[in-house]
Write a protein of this length. Structure first.
Length: 323
């Protein structure tokens, strides 16, 4: 038995969440006194693959089939499941990213495995059990799931475990899975990315604003603050519904779920639907002129004040600090 981790690549590169997943999978492999292998799908530079050894992967199965150049959910799930069978893996780990959320349940079904998605801690193996703490109810609560199946699939929340270096000798080998035509009935031909902005799901710092900004014409100070912090910008649902900001920036229960190291909420009351998408943030800072705003109850730091007075002062302080 071994542990297998899927390492998601974007344009041939690995993001931080991948190395977190490898670190987490290595810790599980150590718990089980076994080895860790990784499965990479798509064209990835050898230097990137070698970096996986820094975090504990001792072997990488590299799949470079032309049909799999771009992400295809069904086909990728089949490849990961086949790799798990080849490696005799008892545990399969993925990052609970946008694509990981679609892959994990498919992989679990193919392997007849138990699934714990949204994991935030290492499994508890006491007493011969396999319990995983995870988020529940859109991040509003925690649950402990006991997996009793022979094979387990775990999807780790980004920023939940952190990077832990554990260098081992790494071997890289080509893997040619048995691709099925039925897995490729729908394919992605082209992906267009906004390269001039920080990706919201992967951002470590997010500056978000709501109806307290009064209109789209006032978003300049939000973008300036985000630029100074190297942050992504986000918004509440009413803002995107009003077309003040793109729907791709909407975070919340019906939008994007994020887990940055720092989330700054400006002029957002903090309705439960919004909190569901941001509650996994490591540090939450709230700026709101209403001292009774629900957001203050979950904030790590709060400023009661008018955003049009507080944010410009914050911008000037950051500029002075950078200078």
């Amino acid at each position: 038995m071994s542990v297998l981790v899927y390492v998601e690549q974007v344009e041939g590169k690995f993001k931080k969440s991948v190395f977190e997943a490898v670190s987490y999978a290595k810790a599980i492999a150590d718990q089980l006194s076994t080895t860790l292998s990784a499965i990479s799908i798509g064209s990835v530079e050898e230097a990137e693959l070698n970096a996986l050894g820094k975090y504990g992967a001792s072997a990488v199965l590299s799949v470079t089939a032309a049909e799999l150049k771009n992400f295809v959910n069904q086909a990728y799930a089949s490849v990961i499941a086949e790799a798990a069978e080849k490696e005799n893996a008892s545990v399969v780990v993925l990052s609970n990213s946008f694509s990981g959320k679609g892959l994990a349940p498919r992989v679990a079904v193919k392997l007849k495995a138990g699934l714990a998605d949204g994991a935030i801690e290492l499994p508890d193996l006491q007493g011969g059990t396999f319990r995983v703490k995870k988020t529940a109810f859109s991040g509003k609560a925690f649950a402990v799931t006991e997996l009793t199946s022979a094979i387990k699939v775990i999807a780790l929340n980004p920023n939940a475990f952190g990077l832990k270096e554990n260098p081992v000798e790494l071997s890289i080998s080509s893997f040619s899975p048995a691709l099925k035509a039925t897995d490729l009935t729908a394919i992605v031909k082209e992906i267009v990315r906004a390269t001039d902005k920080v990706s919201l799901p992967d951002a470590e710092v997010v500056v978000s604003a709501g109806r307290g900004l009064k209109g789209p014409e006032n978003w300049g100070m939000i973008e300036e603050l985000a630029g100074l912090l190297g942050a992504a910008t986000a918004c509440s649902k009413p803002v995107s519904d009003a077309d003040w900001r793109p729907h791709a920036e909407h975070v919340g229960q019906t939008g994007i779920t994020i887990s940055p190291n720092l989330y700054i909420a400006i002029g957002i009351s903090g309705a439960i639907q919004h909190l569901a998408g941001v509650s996994s943030s490591k540090v939450i800072v709230v700026i709101n002129k209403d001292p009774e705003a629900p957001f203050f109850k979950v904030a790590d730091y709060g400023i009661v004040g008018d955003a049009f007075e507080v944010v410009p002062q914050l911008i000037e302080a950051l500029k002075a600090h950078k200078a």
